[in-house]
Write a protein that binds this ligand. Structure first.
Ligand code: C5P
Length: 217
């Protein structure tokens, strides 16, 4: 359906969770499976784009014809995303909001201090950094996983982060994280469109169709 329409364009997709090391054997992470981002990467490829997929740890195979850059932490993901100079960026990764300021050199032991001694600092906002960069990609698109008021919160988030569009989805109650289905709303400066409830692969195609329309504006 969308074959060839993104030929000549380079798209960057971030996907999956990040892992923030506490010590050599422990980390903080989240339940992101990476499925949505991987499906988007494949749909962009099918539309003819060159695709770089910056991925946190997942169990998924890299789709054919896509260059995958594997990362662990948010700081690694930021560096990997900033190393690419794409036409468009879709930030689908579930980046950990906080990281230990310093990972302990040795495994923390019971009886010697406790986890409250770990000092937490905020991670950089990768999509906002890319959207605000001097060499900004022409299109920057984010996701907003919300447990309530998904659309209103996503609208505000789109503007705050300087994004061309944002995809709102509701999480919690077994929705979105790890599942094969999702429900997405596309929100841009003109308004919003319900892309419906469907398998992530189908939603990824609907999203790429929106991107093709956006690229024509
Ligand atoms: O602020 P929130 O985490 O809800 O924003 C979600 C969007 O921002 C997603 O597109 C996500 O990939 C991106 N994000 C990011 N870096 C962060 C946090 C979120 O790129 N540190």
């Amino acid at each position: 359906l969308v074959s060839g329409q993104l030929a000549g364009q380079h798209w960057l997709v971030s996907a999956g969770p990040t892992r923030e090391a506490i010590d050599p054997v422990r980390y903080v992470s989240n339940h992101s499976s990476g499925k949505m981002g991987y499906a988007i990467a494949a749909a962009l490829r099918d539309a003819g784009a060159q695709v770089t997929l910056v991925s946190g740890p997942t169990t998924l195979d890299c789709p054919d014809g896509i260059e995958r850059v594997a990362v662990n932490s948010a700081l690694e993901m930021l560096a990997a995303c900033q190393a690419v100079n794409p036409d468009g960026f879709i930030a689908c990764a579930a980046v950990a909001d906080f990281r230990p300021a310093m990972a302990a050199e040795h495994k923390l032991k019971k009886g010697q201090g406790d986890l409250n001694d770990v000092h937490w600092v905020e991670n950089p906002d990768i999509v906002a950094a890319v959207a605000g960069a001097k060499r900004r990609p022409r299109w920057v698109i984010g996701f907003a996983a919300e447990t309530e008021n998904a659309i209103d919160n996503a609208r505000a988030k789109r503007i705050r982060k300087g994004l061309d569009a944002i995809l709102a989805n509701t999480v919690g109650d077994n929705q979105a994280f790890g599942t094969d289905d999702n429900h997405l709303h596309w929100i841009d400066a003109h308004g919003d469109t319900d892309l419906g409830h469907a398998p992530k692969r189908v939603l990824a195609e609907a999203l790429v169709r929106r991107i093709i329309d956006l690229a024509k504006e």
